[in-house]
Write a protein of this length. Sequence first.
Length: 117
Amino acid sequence: QVQLVESGGGLVQAGGSLRLSCVVSGRTVSISGMNWFRQAPGKERELVAAINWSSGSTYYVDSAKGRFTISRENAKNTVELQLNSLKPEDTAVYYCNAELRPRAQAWGQGTQVTVSS
């Protein structure tokens, strides 16, 4: 199994930055990709950014392009999400997610990001 622990959330003013971190432990050899999702109150959970664990190729939802950066450091089993130019609509609980071979997923407990206007 794989365990994920997020950190780095908090309260920031609009235009500010935060850096979220996800530490991965357990059977990391089964990981094919890592994702960051977010869920705002009353809304569905949405994919924000993704990174291929081996190649490092990335994907961003349109609202995140140019503002957020996902990265991974395989040696430290860490995935990070840099959040820049934050907007009030970015307020949500952010979740780290691992895609596992053959067909499974793991989730972290979530970290709250609150952006004040």
